[in-house]
Structures are given as C-alpha cells and as structure tokens.
Write a protein that binds this ligand. Structure first.
Ligand SMILES: [Zn+2]
Length: 227
C-alpha cells in the first residue's frame, strides 16, 4: 500500500515557532541521527519510491519522564521533510498529545507533524524509559524480518491507525520486542521502527539490523552489489 505521507489522524495544530532555547539541543541530536539515516538511505525522498513521497522520520521525548500515556510530548520531524537536504528546528514540531484511540494529535510548530506521529506516540506509550523513536524504510531489512527474527505487525493493519496501536501493544506483550527494540510494519512496505533510551541506542539498533540484513543478502547472492 502506498500511502506514505498521508495524514490519517485529526490534527489540532498551532502554527508557531519552536523556542531554540528549549528545543535546540534535542533538535540537533535528532537532526544528527536523521542525517546518518538519510545518508544510509533509510530516510529520504525519491521519485520512484512510495509515489514520490518522503519516507522515514525521527522523534524524541521532550516532556517530563512522569507524563502519563497519550500525553508524552515529543519532538518530531514535520510532514514531508524527509527529502530535505538541510534540516533545522523549523522543520520539526512538538506533539503535545497523541491519542490513537481517538485518532487525534495536538501539536505546535512551523510545520505539521509527521503523518506517522500516532505510531511514534504508540511506541512512547509502551514505556516511560523510551525516549527516542526512529522510523526508517529499508527493503533490505523488511523483506528479511522473519529471518532476522524481528517482531512484525499484522500486514492487514494500516500504519498510523488506532488498530496499529493495539497491534504494537500485542507485540510488546507477546514477543521479544522490548529486548530487540525494533519492529517491522507488516502493512507498511519497507517500514521498520527502532527505539531506545537514547538516540545512540535507537540509532545503533537500526544500523545493527541493517548490517545483519546486508550480511544475509550477501549470503543469499554470494556477494553484495551497491545500487
Ligand atoms: Zn513510513
């Protein structure tokens, strides 16, 4: 299903700049890892992929650790910023609340939040210790999710939907998701989500599985060709 970049939720958005003093440090940490994901092709925008829409997005929590579920504020890249060569605080926004059951997101910033904000919010709701969520696109990982033992959501559950929240909770309870810190989105072509207590943890999980997927691809074909 090609519906990358399409906002499915009800967005209540206040258009105002984010304060650099409050969000600048977190933004630069996110932008640094987004750059690495962009250079490895895990975030980006190409005319021949996903109907030409941008793909992949990153977020980090900015609210207090004790915030209750659905009100765990996070900083996230804005919708359709995945293909940008230069990214700054102006390309991010803050999601203040995120309610998958009501399909509703409240946010502020100069750009609208990523179309996958509900999925990010669902991951933060799994545990207060989760501080960073990276959503990447990798056919190399996604097609080998079973071989790499990556927990995978039901292919019939569309991304960014209330059903996806229930599906992620099911995996959290019944699989090695909390240990591996990565899942594949069965109903969202090439989509994977990694998370961690820190940006390094979420990034290393993503890159570790990319390396394992390349290793498997190399073994399958007796070598590996860059494309
Ligand atoms: Zn995606």
């Amino acid at each position: 299903m090609i519906d990358e970049g399409v906002i499915h939720f009800q967005a209540v958005h206040r258009q105002r700049p984010l304060e650099a003093r409050r969000f600048g440090e977190a933004a630069c940490r996110l932008i640094a890892w987004r750059e690495i994901l962009a250079r490895t092709g895990l975030v980006g925008q190409q005319a021949e992929l996903y109907g030409g829409f941008g793909y992949g997005n990153v977020s980090c929590r900015v609210g207090p650790p004790s915030a209750p579920r659905r009100r765990r504020a996070f900083l996230i890249t804005g919708t359709q910023t995945s293909g940008k060569a230069c990214v700054s605080l102006a390309d991010l926004c803050v999601v203040e609340s995120c309610d998958p059951r009501r399909n509703r997101v409240e946010s502020h910033g100069q750009v609208l939040p990523s179309s996958e904000s509900l999925t990010h919010g669902t991951i933060y709701d799994l545990g207060a210790h989760i501080r960073f969520v990276f959503h990447a696109h990798s056919p190399t990982i996604w097609r080998r999710a079973a071989a790499l033992r990556i927990p995978t959501t039901d292919p019939d559950v569309p991304y960014g939907s209330p059903e996806m929240a229930r599906e992620v909770e099911r995996l959290w309870r019944g699989s090695s998701l909390s240990e591996l810190r990565i899942l594949a989105m069965g109903g969202h072509e090439d989509g994977v989500i990694a998370f961690g207590r820190t940006a390094e943890e979420a990034g290393q999980v993503t890159l570790r599985f990319l390396a394992r997927a390349y290793e498997a691809a190399c073994a399958e074909g007796g070598g590996l060709c860059s494309v």
